[in-house]
Write a protein that binds this ligand. Structure first.
Ligand SMILES: Cc1ncc(COP(=O)(O)O)c(C=O)c1O
Length: 413
């Protein structure tokens, strides 16, 4: 194999996804130029294993940068308990489930058919630990948890841990309403992977104030940092936080990809300065995109609720051949999104050809797009999927106008 092939692939990826595509995958993002510049450094390839003490020499700077990350999040979430070592959101979930649950214990989540991430199910991290799972009751019309029936179910099946949050999430969830009615000993986790950037900027919900004991998250979706994970514990977690720390190390992690910490800290500081405006625009863009798609004749979920309060827009595209076909059709036009199972899908359709597609506005917002561009993108959808036109060259032209990352530092000082 020629090394030129590898370099060529990177160049092709950069040109295609950065310069020529309308990226609507709700779980992706781009780093700011400053964060990207400091993403690769000598920290790459080093170790910083630690519990009460460090286990390697040469770690004074890596320890300091890790601590700076933790401190920024501690201040933001008003809690002493933050750990940025988990290398991804799924691993953050595995750590928390392993700390709190034994094989055979019962975990309750939204259910993957209703938007829970696979890591909270029998098929993912929870299942690997031998944890059993049960789904909350979910109302498709409101795309949210049915509080009354879920409380009843909790009392009946007595789960040891409940996971709120999910990969398909349009609205804040009723954490407070449910936590108030259940036994204190049940651990409550909010998987904020998708909406972390909105939560960080206080534009969605405040899970810890609403009664969650722990937030788990990725750091690279609406929070547009480097790919990685984070665990944040509520102020009064104490002993349980020690369990989580022990599960991180020596439990499940050895290297923690410390090269991502400078980029994470820079992103967090950028969020502190520009995040409010960014988060507001992400939501405005999602609402506008949803409304324009709806007015173009698409079955956008939850019209009577204003479609969305997050970065996501969900479409039922069963009448267009299903989510897989539609996402592939859009990709031919350089519009990138993903198929999505909806609560109404039968299990056999859920993975192969689900009814939905999921769109996210966080990346386009970072590229500086606003309501006017959302109208244009909805128009592209109509022309591709209803008029059967090809709009690829127009997509490339539109993206060309937005080639600079916004809501970030412009210099090193
Ligand atoms: C709700 C939720 N939790 C966890 C994860 C896993 O995160 P990661 O990809 O960082 O492992 C995802 C991934 O998309 C997710 O949507």
């Amino acid at each position: 194999m020629d090394r030129k092939k590898i370099i060529d692939l990177v160049k092709k990826q950069e040109k295609w996804r950065r310069e020529e595509c309308i990226n609507l995958i709700a779980s992706e993002s781009v780093l700011s130029p400053l964060a990207e510049k400091y993403y690769v450094s000598d920290f790459e390839g080093r170790y910083n294993e630690h519990d009460e003490e460090t286990h390697y020499q040469g770690t004074k700077y890596s320890f300091e940068i890790e601590e700076i990350c933790n401190q920024i999040f501690r201040e933001r979430f008003d809690t002493p308990f933050v750990d940025v070592r988990p290398i991804s959101g799924a691993i953050a979930n595995l750590i928390v489930f392993s700390a709190f649950l034994k094989p055979g214990d019962l975990l309750m989540s939204l259910g993957i058919q209703n938007g829970a991430h696979i890591s909270s199910s029998r098929y993912g991290a929870a299942g690997i630990r031998g944890i059993k799972d049960v789904s909350m009751f979910f109302d498709f019309e409101r795309m949210n948890i049915n509080v009354e029936k879920t409380i009843e179910l909790i009392k009946k099946v007595n789960p040891k841990l409940i996971v709120f949050g999910g990969s398909m999430i349009l609205f804040p969830e009723p954490v407070k309403e449910i936590v108030e009615e259940i036994e204190e000993k049940i651990k409550v986790v909010y998987d904020a992977a998708h909406v972390f950037g909105l939560i960080y900027n206080k534009e969605f919900q405040e899970p810890l104030k609403e009664g969650a004991h722990v937030i788990t998250s990725s750091t690279h979706k609406t929070f547009q940092g480097p790919q990685g994970g984070i665990i944040i514990g509520s102020k009064n977690l104490d002993e349980d936080w020690q369990k989580i720390k022990k599960t991180i190390f020596p439990g499940l992690l050895s290297n923690t990809h410390i090269h991502r910490f400078p980029a994470l800290a820079i992103t967090a500081l950028e969020m502190n300065e520009f995040g409010k405006e960014y988060a507001k625009q992400v939501i405005k863009n999602a609402k506008t995109l949803a409304k324009c798609l709806y007015e173009s004749g698409f079955d956008v979920l939850c019209p009577e609720l204003g479609f969305t309060e997050s970065h996501q827009v969900i479409l039922n595209v069963k009448n267009f051949g299903g989510g897989k076909k539609v996402a592939e059709e859009l990709e031919k036009n350089n519009i990138i999104c993903n198929k999505m199972a909806l609560p109404i899908d039968l299990p056999e359709d859920a993975t192969k050809n689900p009814s939905g597609i999921r769109l996210g506005t966080q990346e386009l917002t970072r590229w500086g797009m606003k309501e006017k561009e959302m109208e244009k993108i909805a128009e592209f959808f109509r022309r591709v999927l209803i008029e059967k036109e090809n709009v690829k060259s127009e997509v490339i032209e539109l993206k060309k106008e937005f080639n600079e990352i916004h809501y970030c530092f412009k210099s090193e000082n």
